[in-house]
Design a protein around this ligand. Sequence first.
Ligand SMILES: [Zn+2]
Length: 253
Amino acid sequence: MIVHVPPVLMYHQVDEKPQSTPIARVLTVTPSQFSSELDYLAAHHRRAVGVRDYLDALAAHRPTNDMVIVTFDDGYADQYTRAFRILRQHHDRATFFITTGNVGKINHLTWRDIGIMARAGMSFGGHSVEHIDLSQLTKAEQSQQIAGSLAALRAHLGTRPVVYAYPAGAFNRMTETLLAQQHVELGFTTDPQFEIGDLRRYEIPRIRVEGGMPLDAFGAALATPPARRYALRALPLQPPQRLQARQLTQPQP
Ligand SMILES: [Zn+2]
């Protein structure tokens, strides 16, 4: 089966306060920026969805060509107080990748927040227990980070998460093996090397939406994501292997 992979947007924080460090400024969008970007998607007939919505559409053989997958990393508190509120105002959805060891800590989501968001249709995926670079860990350590975060989400949400995002985008072949053992369907990176060539199930690239990004730059990033130009073979889940991708013959919206 050939399936279409929509562009995947990556956000971190939504906050109107000026950020004090350069990295925080890049990772933080204002509520008005986020709202404008959702308006932009709607104006261009694109649906903002979570990964769960995408996988459900694939399973039901519904079209995915009008989808844009919205993701948030790290489980910051403003993802409930701001991002979730704005998503609901727009009738949109997103997936939140949670560093489970930080849930309930200062400036982070609580399990209560996550439960409310889940009941409203938001979906969740693993983002390790302690936000550690998986590629630097032993197999046992990686396994603990991956399985631990997925188990915590399952325990609190009652459903098994099937998606994972790598802290700092870093992973290795062992990561892919461990994700397959945990029945994870898709893994998301930020490493630009995966924006070209064949797509692999556990190497889905994402578009980083930066604080202060002009709307025309946002539109340009959406229009040219390499993932959009490829189709991904071999869903549903199979063991890790080179997934043969090829250029779509039909232009995608
Ligand atoms: Zn992260």
